[in-house]
Design a protein around this ligand. Structure first.
Ligand SMILES: Nc1ncnc2c1ncn2[C@@H]1O[C@H](COP(=O)(O)OP(=O)(O)OP(=O)(O)O)[C@@H](O)[C@H]1O
Length: 215
């Protein structure tokens, strides 16, 4: 069954470690079908918020829920809905890009017969089909970024959460990525992403939220 959600509500979530504020009180409601770009200066708490949103980090204050249920990445119900790409993917040195994708596809219940077609389709959409047989360490940094994006795009989810997916991509690839994110919305999915490229955020997102809130 295709995973789904109606509403994720972050209500004044905060994160403080050893009296250091990683995230000041932040509230955001994400409705299904939204494509929200989060912008803001270095260190204002964007990645911390994404970690809270995906259930990777428990807020020290406030509350976050998905359809009134708690969000916890250890709970398979959370992982079925939310697909995060936050920080680099830890890959295997002796597996090719396509091998990694087979692993992702099969882990998330893809049928064996259709795996090659699905993998070719996502690689092709990101214009990296020719790199399917490369090892991850044989890719340029931008090509690796696209390969990591292909892994999170391939698996089923209702909400993509991406931390600066545009980084290391050239102008043409940024345009391509913006198109891919807009396509996700058309197929009923949602996206929340942190972006430092103002023009790309304005061209691709349905809503832009600036952190810290109230600034
Ligand atoms: N484990 C930690 N201990 C103490 N401070 C931390 C820790 N992790 C992050 N911080 C601090 O929390 C703040 C928020 O970090 P975060 O990574 O969320 O920022 P960001 O908005 O994503 O920044 P950038 O745009 O540079 O990626 C920063 O000031 C950072 O130095």
């Amino acid at each position: 069954m295709t995973p789904t959600f109606t509403k994720i509500v972050a209500d004044k979530v905060t994160c403080t470690v050893n009296k250091i504020v990683l995230l000041p009180p932040t509230s955001l409601t994400i409705k299904a079908g939204e494509n929200i770009a989060i912008t803001g200066q270095n260190g204002c708490g964007k990645t911390t918020f994404l970690r809270v949103l995906t259930g990777n980090l428990r807020p020290t204050g406030g509350k976050i829920t998905r359809d009134d249920q708690p969000i916890d990445e250890r709970d398979p119900a959370t992982r079925q809905v939310i697909a995060p790409l936050i920080g680099p993917v830890a890959g295997f040195r002796d597996l090719t890009v396509a091998d990694h994708l087979i692993m992702v596809d099969q882990t998330w219940g893809g049928d064996r017969e259709g795996a090659c077609e699905r993998i070719a389709a996502v690689l092709n959409r990101l214009d990296i089909l020719q790199f399917g047989n490369r090892f991850m360490h044989e890719l340029s940094s931008g090509q690796r970024q696209l390969a990591e994006l292909s892994m999170v795009l391939l698996r089923p989810s209702a909400l993509l959460v991406l931390d600066e997916p545009e980084q290391r991509l050239d102008e043409g690839r940024r345009t391509l990525l913006g198109e891919v994110l807009r396509e996700r919305i058309k197929t009923g999915s949602s996206v929340v992403w942190v972006c430092h490229d103002k023009a790309m955020a304005e061209a691709s997102a349905t809503r832009i939220v600036r952190f810290p809130q109230g600034s």
